[in-house]
Design a protein around this ligand. Structure first.
Ligand SMILES: *Cc1c(COP(=O)(O)O)cnc(C)c1O
Length: 498
């Protein structure tokens, strides 16, 4: 048995290669070459792969059976296995006929940024370890604060792993703002139960965050939506009044801009006015829809977002950087410190560069942190704001073309949004709005390999097929293919039911 264990080059143990923390130079060259070719191959040929994999767990596990940690593999062998698994066993979201969830094809500069971040591996817990990386993230936070209508000199924010962590951060900061004593004494120090409000179409990461904060899901009031799937401001005001009468402690309104299923944007100004009148924190979950602020003609859809106390925005959604990259932004410059600050003796802190630098570990949920901002920084540096505006405009116009083509073929578009998500049912069949029928049509389209769409439920009851444009390579040709696949699926499913 070899005892010459070396994490980075097992060949060092049998004397064939120099002991090195980074594999030998030749082996490294082979590894890099393999990875570059695999990446470029995928980026340029994703459209030739089946969009959805075979969903058979036995097949994946069988393939993984080739690995034996007691008999380590050669680097290229291991890479080939990983490459095979990625090619065969995942839904290929960069495929131009993937009309899926918000999983855009990642940008080239984003992929490069993530690779650099992994290799240089800066530690972003404290400023003094990685001043360059922390300043890059701060610069991006200020730039996005300004785009959302905050004063960049009097606002703040932090990168998160995604929208769920940003929403969780929002709940914590809203709690710390409303009940500062909770940060020391916990929720049991309060005289009553704090409650928060989100629309019935809001994202379920809000409920999850309520669990994680110790508030519990029953503290989340789901407010009814109107016929456009937007939170009803009237109902919100009523619920707040009722909770106050019952002696509860309303502290937060979470508005959604835009909803995950259908792209509905809550009436931000009205909700902002209610929150201000009642003294509640307004958080706007703009995880994907927030990208509309980068396009002058779409900005008005998010009118009022600058009034929010905090905002969730996910660059890994519509800004197409590799996962995970979320942002939590706030117009309260000291709230992150007030929520997350702890002091330690062992962190190589503090203020060696003066008091004005930000130490991320005292301002966010994470401690050791990776350089999440680099992939966004590089993409934005190369595309510019205008480049991003162009991408979003294109997605929006391809979605408009899809609406038109669907209507021409007798599908009824049921959601009302200018953003790039289309929900529809079948007008040509008596059962065209039933859940089983639409599920069957969806399954038929996806298993035909022609396109990938999903099914969702609106207002808790109406089942719809959902198609979302998230890929720059998706154009009229792909839309035509999707509509043909839907039309063929309609025939097939209806025939099977005769
Ligand atoms: C996707 C999404 C989230 C969750 O974000 P993750 O990045 O998946 O954690 C939250 N809110 C909305 C509106 C979303 O669309």
């Amino acid at each position: 048995m070899s005892t010459g264990f070396n994490l980075h080059d097992r060949r060092a143990s049998d004397g064939q290669a120099q002991a090195s923390p980074l594999l030998g130079k030749e082996a490294r060259a082979e590894v890099w070459r393999y990875v570059v070719e695999a990446v470029e191959g995928y980026v340029s040929h994703a459209d030739e792969l089946p969009i959805r994999p075979d969903l058979d767990p036995a097949k994946v596990r069988e393939e993984l059976g080739a690995v034996n940690f007691d008999r380590p593999s050669e680097p290229l062998e291991a890479l080939e296995l990983a490459h095979r698994i990625l090619l065969r066993h995942q839904t290929h979201t960069p495929h131009p006929r993937y009309f899926g969830l918000y999983d855009p094809a990642p940008t080239t500069m984003g992929i490069a940024g993530d690779a650099l971040a992994a290799a240089f591996n800066p530690q972003l817990s404290v400023w003094s370890q990685s001043p360059g990386a922390v300043e890059v993230e701060q610069l991006l936070v200020r730039a996005f604060c300004e785009k959302f209508g905050y004063d960049p000199a009097a606002s703040d924010g932090t990168f998160t792993s995604g929208g769920a962590e940003a929403n969780h951060t929002a709940l914590l900061t809203a709690l710390a703002h409303a009940f500062p004593e909770v940060m020391q004494k916990g929720l049991r120090s309060l005289p009553a139960q704090p409650v928060l409000y989100v629309s019935a179409e809001g994202h379920h990461s809000v409920s999850k965050a309520a669990k994680l904060c110790g508030l519990g899901t029953e503290s989340v009031r789901e407010i009814e939506v109107d016929e456009h799937l937007r939170m009803s401001a009237g109902r919100l005001a009523e619920e707040i009044a009722r909770d106050k009468r019952a002696g509860l402690l309303p502290f937060l309104v979470v508005a959604t801009a835009a909803t995950t299923s259908a792209g509905a944007v809550d009436p931000l100004r009205e909700l902002g006015n209610i929150a201000a009148r009642e003294g509640l924190w307004l958080h706007v979950d703009a995880a994907w829809g927030g990208a509309a602020v980068l396009v002058p003609e779409l900005r008005r859809l998010l009118d009022g977002i600058g009034q929010a106390d905090s905002i969730t925005f996910d660059p890994h959604k519509w800004l197409s950087v590799p996962r995970g990259a979320g942002l939590y932004l706030t117009r309260h410059p000291d709230i992150l410190e007030r929520t997350f600050h702890v002091s330690t003796a062992y962190m190589p802190l503090l203020n060696s560069a003066g008091p004005e630098v930000a130490n991320p570990f005292t301002r966010s949920m994470q401690w050791s942190r990776r350089f999440t901002g680099l992939k966004l920084f590089l993409t934005l540096a190369v595309a510019g704001w205008e480049g991003y505006a162009e991408v979003i405009r294109r997605h929006v116009s391809v979605a408009a073309y899809l609406r038109e083509k669907l209507e021409e073929s007798g599908w009824a578009v049921v959601n009302d949004t200018a953003l790039a998500v289309v929900c529809f049912v079948d007008r040509t069949r008596p059962q065209g709005a039933s859940a089983t029928y639409l599920q069957a049509v969806r399954e038929e389209v996806v298993s035909s390999g022609q396109a990938w769409v999903s099914v969702t439920r609106l207002a808790g009851e109406r089942t719809v097929v959902r198609a979302c444009v998230t890929n720059y390579r998706t154009g009229p040709r792909e839309v035509d293919a999707l509509v043909s696949a839907l039309n063929a699926a309609r025939e097939k499913v209806s025939a099977a039911r005769q």
